[in-house]
Design a protein around this ligand. Structure first.
Ligand SMILES: Cc1cc2nc3c(=O)[nH]c(=O)nc-3n(C[C@H](O)[C@H](O)[C@H](O)COP(=O)(O)OP(=O)(O)OC[C@H]3O[C@@H](n4cnc5c(N)ncnc54)[C@H](O)[C@@H]3O)c2cc1C
Length: 316
């Protein structure tokens, strides 16, 4: 353990759209923010090629390039962007209290405010072919990528509300949607099931699992297996949407901040305030609903404004 403790006004944990936007606002408000990027510098968008729906990029933009632009803008206002992983936190319960944070298992930081922007990770099945074809037809986000599959045949894997919602959304854009459901029934709410069952171009294959995604550079089809009969079958599709859930990156805050049953952080009302004074959450880590770059960025702005107002209220 290092024995030098650094004292800062505003610590930002995470370098996705939420973290960088919080940094831009916090830096311009003179909070002298320090950001730790985590292992995925730039966040989830660095795993995708084309971002077509972020305002301000009329021709679309590569995800990594977009996050480099966010970083450059945050640094223009003197945000200190540091590569490192927050490994432990001890959050104060008191208004005006100091939050203790450990980085990379050794560096100690004391922060007056903490902005949590650690995001969420989409769950995948773990097939080699699925991993290889991510960005080449395998996606975990219908809102982000559905547009690229207009009038094409696609697969949705999953049986819950998210899968049903993704399938309904994609059915409006794509020619045919086939849902692979592992059990003999769906887990989605009755209302969502009804919506899916009443959509003409959605077909549901029960007791069916994805065995392999086919194609070298881009998706050309899938091989599925009926887990009752063990019968395998190939289906020609150009897109595979994995909709088996997301996992928010919140294990660090277990027992210290209130979370919902899926471990997303809970914020108060329309604000970014958590239940610890001076600790704010923004982006996907507190949003299981929208999970988009632009909504993450918007809530990053809110978190920085909330942090600024919190510090001002201490001076009062
Ligand atoms: C393949 C793919 C394509 C997508 N395409 C689009 C699209 O076209 N348009 C769109 O609007 N949205 C898209 N999304 C969704 C979008 O990426 C997310 O909504 C957005 O990135 C969420 O931003 P965030 O800042 O909340 O978190 P994230 O982008 O998830 O960033 C989280 C950050 O936290 C850091 N972190 C985590 N734990 C720690 C820790 N302990 N210490 C320090 N740092 C930590 C990570 O390193 C990372 O930098 C896509 C998502 C995926 C996966």
């Amino acid at each position: 353990m290092s024995d030098t403790i650094e004292r800062i006004k505003c610590l930002i944990v995470g370098s996705g759209p939420a973290g960088y936007t919080a940094a831009i606002y916090a830096a311009r408000a003179d909070l002298k923010p320090v950001m730790y990027t985590g292992m995925e510098m730039g966040g989830q968008l660095t795993t995708t090629t084309e971002v077509d729906n972020y305002p301000g990029y009329p021709e679309g933009v590569d995800g990594t390039k977009m996050m480099e632009d966010f970083k450059a803008q945050a640094e223009r206002f003197d945000t200190q962007v540091r590569f490192g992983l927050v490994t432990k936190v001890e959050l104060s319960k008191e208004k005006g209290g100091i939050h203790k944070v450990e980085v990379d298992g050794s560096k100690q930081i004391e922060a007056e405010t903490v902005i949590i922007a650690t995001g969420a990770s989409a769950s995948y099945l773990g097939l080699e072919s699925e991993e290889r074809l991510k960005g080449g037809g395998v996606s975990a986000c219908a809102t982000c990528d559905g547009f690229f599959y207009r009038d094409q045949d696609i697969i949705v894997v999953g049986a819950g509300d998210t899968a049903a919602e993704e399938a309904s959304y994609l059915a409006k854009i794509c020619k045919n949607v086939t849902m692979l459901v592992r059990r003999d029934e769906m887990r989605a709410s009755k209302a969502m099931q009804k919506r899916v069952l009443n959509t003409k171009n959605i077909k549901i294959m029960f007791n069916t699992e994805l065995d392999e995604v086919l194609g070298e550079k881009v998706v050309e089809g899938v091989r599925v297996v009926n887990n009752q009969t063990k019968e395998k079958q190939e289906i020609a599709v150009t897109g595979v949407f994995i909709a088996i859930g997301h996992k928010p990156n919140t294990s660090l805050f277990e027992g210290q901040l209130t979370m919902n049953e899926s471990k997303y952080l809970i914020t108060k009302g329309k604000s970014s305030k958590t239940d610890k004074p001076g600790v704010f959450a923004c982006g996907d880590v507190q949003d299981h609903e929208y999970r988009q770059a632009v909504t993450a960025a918007g809530s990053g702005c809110m978190a920085a404004l909330d942090a600024e107002r919190y510090l001002a209220s201490l001076d009062d």
